[in-house]
Design a protein around this ligand. Structure first.
Ligand code: SAM
Ligand code: SF4
Ligand code: SF4
Length: 338
């Protein structure tokens, strides 16, 4: 087993792993899986194309051997993957793992929270884009009200999970909810992170003019609250963090568009069908599933991953232009996992 620091062409260390466990979802968020594209006829991955739990476990251990410390499960909606708790249980026992989290839309979280915690899950990021039901239902396009997600957040906290909330902010969609959301979660003592609307995939009709930047959100919050910066906990922390002065409540910003953070990007991603990606905005990945199904050894798998990471030159957000945003071929967020 190799215990080492693997770096890419810009010296960025391989440190985090995101694993998408399904490309399916019980929401059809307008900015991620618009129903007119992800409708009844959409060709989701057939079961035999998904990595099995054994394969996920094996790939994860190889990444951990190469220096990864944190794993996050995502999707699609990861809680739709059958027996996800047993996968978490297996992953949480792997050598070298320091932290395991999951990103979810929260619909199934309430009833699964205790089981997930018992399986070894430490943290959940719950996505919620609005408190107002009309807005929230217009976004999720699945008739789910915000109360359902708020209940799940409470149950997850009660189960002992560390909870953060993610809100994608899009102009004209939910920007009027910035302050109400901040106030609600400040009072609940849950960190809210504002995510700038990104040009992931090909289907969400992204345009620069739809983006509300961190500065705009910050200015809006500053009309009411005094915010002070909080130092990052570790190199490669994606969110820019602030504290409401005089409290321990925090708020964060994920600024992929207005202040890109490619120079400290330490994340590898595995899609549900086992493709390995070194950037969220990639067009092509490397098929690890076929490699492992062809019978390679763990040492060979390690060498393949090291080679791919060593060759990595991704810095999409640093280089984003109108042209790349509109015309570059990129995989979908629901497939690669956010
Ligand atoms: N279904 C889960 C959920 O919604 O939390 C996990 C997968 S989802 C793709 C992961 C995160 O990506 C969510 O917080 C979601 O809001 C965010 N996301 C999806 N599309 C986005 C976009 N175009 N721009 C910014 N964030 C996006
Ligand atoms: Fe599903 Fe998450 Fe995409 Fe919404 S953001 S459609 S919940 S994968
Ligand atoms: Fe990392 Fe790619 Fe995002 Fe840059 S654009 S921060 S390289 S995932």
């Amino acid at each position: 087993m190799q215990q080492s620091v693997i770096t890419d062409k810009f010296g960025r260390v391989l440190q985090d792993l995101r694993i998408s466990v399904t490309d399916r979802c019980n929401f059809r968020c307008r900015y991620c899986m618009p129903r007119e594209i992800f409708g009844k006829d959409f060709a989701f991955l057939p079961k035999e194309h998904l990595l099995t739990f054994e394969e996920i476990e094996r790939i994860a251990q190889v990444f951990l051997n190469l220096g990864v410390k944190k794993i996050r499960l995502t999707g699609g909606e990861p809680l739709l993957r059958k027996d996800i708790a047993s996968l978490i249980n297996r992953l949480s026992q792997l050598t070298g793992l320091e932290d395991i989290g999951l990103t979810t839309n929260g619909v199934l979280l309430g009833k699964m929270a205790v089981k997930l915690k018992e399986a070894g899950l430490k943290r959940v990021n719950v996505s919620l884009d609005a408190l107002d039901d009309e807005t929230f239902m217009a976004i999720n396009d699945s008739n789910v009200k915000s109360n359902k997600i708020l209940e799940s957040i409470t149950l997850a906290k009660e189960a002992g999970l560390h909870v953060k909330v993610n809100m994608v902010v899009k102009k004209g969609m939910n920007d009027y909810e910035i302050v109400p959301m901040a106030t609600y979660f400040k009072e609940l003592g849950v960190t809210l992170r504002f995510i700038e609307f990104m040009d992931v995939g090909q289907s969400n009709g992204w345009d620069f003019k739809h983006v509300i930047t961190k500065k705009e959100i910050f200015d809006k919050l500053s009309e009411i609250y005094e915010l002070e910066p909080v130092n990052p906990d570790y190199i490669g922390e994606v969110a820019k963090r602030y504290r409401y002065k005089g409290t321990s409540s925090e708020v964060g910003f994920i600024t992929s568009v207005s202040e890109s953070f490619c120079s400290s990007c330490t994340r590898a991603r595995i899609a549900a069908d086992g493709h390995f990606y070194t950037c969220l905005f990639a067009g092509t990945g490397f098929n690890l599933k076929d490699i492992i199904r062809s019978g390679v050894s763990d040492d060979q798998l390690e060498q393949i991953i090291i080679q791919r990471w060593n060759q990595r030159e991704d810095r999409y957000s640093d280089e984003r232009t109108e042209e790349t945003a509109k015309n570059r071929k990129k995989i979908e967020m629901s497939y690669i996992g956010g």
